[in-house]
Design a protein around this ligand. Sequence first.
Ligand code: HEM
Length: 183
Amino acid sequence: MVGLIHKLLFDLVELADGTEAVAEVKRRAGVPKDKEFRMDEAYDDQEWQRLLAAACEVLNVTHEQAEEAYADLFFKDALRRWPMWFQMSRNAREFLERQPRIHNGFATGVQDPEARQSINDKFKLEKHDGKLVMHYRSPNQLCGLYKALAHRISNHYGEKASIEETRCLKQGDPECEIHISWA
Ligand code: HEM
């Protein structure tokens, strides 16, 4: 997972509970207090999972609640940081079609070929009339984040999407399958 994602998690914890809470999250996750996370560098997925679990404990929220809150912060940050992705897409479908490419763009900056491939492998999109089907496979199991962000993207374009997950890594399926359709 690239460091941008960690930075935003620390921001989320700090906004909710202050800098001491960030230090506590790192301590519980076994991450040195002063470890730097660079936006464009890949870090161990298991370390990320420990950080997220620790953040849930410290903030006293469920994984799902954390993914929703994270999606809020992530979405606002993305709008500010990468306005052109939003301008380039005329509607939610166009944005969601671009999303795997946006992600894989981050992988190109990652030196380690294995880490690069693991980013590329996470999202596979099927395109149908009136519907997109996302196949998501990642040890991080962040389908809740995917769905929360897809909702925010739809709202951003003033659209109402129906988002349904028919298979889920958390239920023991080999991947999450998320259907997004527009009336
Ligand atoms: C400007 C828009 C966006 C940018 C710049 C962006 C960037 C990123 C980056 C850099 C990562 C870490 C990738 C990795 O290290 O594996 C990530 C993760 C993720 N993003 Fe995005 N993203 C954007 C929009 C979206 C949207 C619209 C969705 C969903 C509809 C989404 C869903 C996810 C999910 C589920 C993950 C976690 C992947 C994992 O399992 O590790 N992103 N994003």
